[in-house]
Design a protein around this ligand. Structure first.
Ligand code: ATP
Ligand code: MG
Length: 597
């Protein structure tokens, strides 16, 4: 019998495989990238040639555009890219893809960095901070464009945008060559420099690659690579009035950073031939180091009841349908965090959904299930009454003495005795859930109704005797008698058998709390699919705020602390509004899945 191969939690062998892991494992076996050199910072072929063999076995990157807050879809990409680098002795770069001058904002840069770190990842490796911004590569991109022009691979096109579009053809119709396509490299170079020098109006002309106007892949029909745009860039100011197109910039960013596996979502699959064409040309010219990076596509995350388009999320915020980017109903990471999600839960989710090459929808309950699973094993328990009505134990004074309160205790966590006990009291009056009393019980109801016996969890068995109602018929007080010698944990306490157990808090030591009961933001599982207006399926009951009574152990809670409120679900102390003396808890999730119902 051979001993099983030991694996650590983070070793690749302990993770379920997927097509990306297989590609990386093959590349490592074949030594595809073994000869690469790394000069300590991004750069061209000459720069890296001066470096040492790359200490990173693979390089991946997470390249957000700093134009919004990261959401749960980005989390999938972050866990994937940073996770693969971690598992295979590599490095993952955090790169701000800030080549579009108009949309970026420094507020987002800070938030993205915080979020990646909060999720448990780091871009520091081998003594270097692998935090980059694509706009630092503008000089090289310009140089690359000139090199393409000189080699006859690019030309300046002065057709109108409309003509360029029309002449591109379509699926069944080959494109038509631009009348400017035959210009000499010298003419093109002169024109391109005029573009750079601000001698032409915005939109007057573009630089296009020169590939194949009849290609069945429309993305290869001479795609534009530079456009004129007079806009101030947050990093480079007014240095440039021409900016590279994303499809041109992205492969170059990857190559300068010596990325090995450039992982993106499926919609970029048709761009892969251009990615390779461009890098092949720039490697041929000796500008970029070989072997160049390769692009791999995976299915983006589609989560039911959730939208992940930044533009649409921004609309929810701007139209005040939610209370900001970190509203606990938002699928942003800051929103999920405020909702009570932990990095562990999000990582578990990313692992569980895996990576595939075909689009599908993940059920929201999968995300919630991961949260429940991670919180169940760690979250302290507490009792809370969310819809309180007073229960009076009418024989208390006679049995226990007037004004007497008895002490009770319960484990902080049923499976973690080392966390100790929580203490609270019981007295003549306790708060119970309104729904735990029925004057005329439906079939199968085992909690309080006249004549029935129930246990107050961690307390005594009581027998309901009736209730008091107001003029409108609303129950204002429930009454019961306490059965002597039934206190939990005392000898003989279980002599009286009951079918129902209810949670409660004593009026004497209950603490008041605001509890925010969040539900799904949309009532349609695919709110924006097929061009639907997602604003039409907003769930009007996605937030209900109640005033609850909670047990005294919760008075010590600090922001972000998570609890299981027994019988209710998982709750987190709100990280904005919760403060000592002003308790605010958000419902993260119920105890079991209710989304399918
Ligand atoms: P939007 O188009 O709404 O602005 P985006 O997807 O373009 O969003 P980026 O900042 O460009 O946002 O994304 C950064 C990275 O996150 C990209 O590599 C992208 O592939 C990945 N990503 C974005 N959304 C998802 C998703 N739903 N599932 C998986 N990965 C995603
Ligand atoms: Mg994008």
């Amino acid at each position: 019998m051979s001993a099983p191969t030991p694996t650590t939690p983070d070793s690749p062998a302990s993770k379920p495989s997927n097509f990306l892991r297989q590609i990386i494992e093959h590349d490592l076996e074949d030594g595809t990238y073994a000869q690469r050199r790394w000069a300590g910072s991004p750069g061209d072929a000459a720069h890296h040639a001066q470096g040492t063999p790359d200490p990173a076995k693979i390089r991946t990157r997470f390249p957000p555009e700093p134009n919004g807050y990261l959401h749960v879809g980005h989390a999938k990409s972050i866990c994937l890219n940073f996770g693969l680098a971690r598992d295979y002795g590599g490095v993952c770069h955090l790169r701000f893809d800030d080549t579009n001058p108009e949309k970026e904002d420094l507020e987002y840069v800070t938030s993205i960095k915080d979020t990646v770190r909060w999720l448990g990842f780091d871009w520091q490796a081998h003594g270097t901070s692998h935090l980059y911004q694509a706009s630092d590569y503008f000089d090289f991109m310009y140089r690359a464009a000139e090199a393409l022009i000189e080699a006859g691979h690019a030309y300046v096109d002065e057709q109108s945008a409309e003509d360029i579009r029309l002449n591109r053809g379509d699926f069944g119709k080959p494109g038509v060559d631009s009348p400017f396509r035959g210009r000499t490299p010298a003419e093109n170079l002169a024109r391109f420099r005029e573009m750079r020098d601000g001698r032409h109006e915005d939109g007057a002309m573009v630089l296009r690659s020169r590939i194949d106007m009849a290609s069945p892949n429309i993305n290869l029909r001479d795609p534009a690579i530079y456009r004129i745009r007079r806009a101030t860039h947050h990093n480079t100011g007014d240095k440039w009035c021409i900016y590279p197109m994303y499809t041109f910039a992205h492969p170059i960013e990857d190559a300068l950073e010596q990325i090995t596996h450039s992982i993106c979502t499926l919609e970029f699959e048709d761009q892969r031939p251009f990615y390779d064409w461009l890098l092949d040309r720039l490697c041929e010219g000796g500008l970029l180091a070989q072997p160049h990076p390769h692009q791999y596509e995976f299915a983006r995350l589609n989560l039911t009841y959730v939208i992940t388009s930044k533009r649409k999320l921004a609309a929810l915020v701007n139209e005040q349908r939610v209370n900001g980017w970190d509203d606990p109903r938002m699928p942003t990471i800051v929103g999920l965090r405020r909702r009570g999600y932990t990095p562990e839960a999000i990582q578990l989710f990313a692992e569980r959904i895996g990576v595939t090459k075909s689009d599908s929808w993940i059920d929201y309950s999968t995300l919630e299930g991961c949260l429940r699973e991670t919180l169940d094993v760690s979250a302290p328990r507490a009792m809370a009454v969310l819809d309180p009505v007073k229960l009076v134990l009418t024989n208390w004074d006679e049995l226990m003495g007037a004004n007497f309160v008895d002490s009770c205790s319960a484990p902080v966590h049923p499976h973690l005795p080392e966390l100790g006990k929580r203490q609270f009291v019981i007295g003549r009056e306790v708060w119970i859930e309104r729904g735990d009393f029925e004057e005329a019980p439906p079939k199968g109801f085992f909690r309080l109704f006249p004549g029935n016996k129930t246990r107050l969890k961690y307390g005594h068995v009581i027998e309901c005797t009736g209730c008091v109602k107001d003029a409108g018929g609303q129950v204002t007080e429930v009454q019961a008698r306490l059965l002597p010698d039934t206190k939990s944990g005392t000898p003989g306490s279980d002599a009286v058998k009951v079918k129902g157990v209810i949670t409660w808090v004593a009026v004497a030591d209950a603490v008041c709390a605001e509890v925010r009961l969040y539900d799904r933001l949309f009532s349609d599982p695919q709110p924006d699919a097929g061009g639907k207006d997602f604003l039409e399926s907003l769930n009007p009951d996605s937030l209900k705020v109640v005033t609850a009574f909670v047990e005294p152990s919760l008075a010590k809670a600090t922001a972000d602390d998570k609890f299981q409120f027994e019988r209710h679900g998982y709750f987190v102390a709100d990280n904005q509004d919760h403060a000592p003396g002003k308790l605010v808890f958000n419902r993260a999730t119920g105890l079991r899945d209710s989304w399918g119902k």
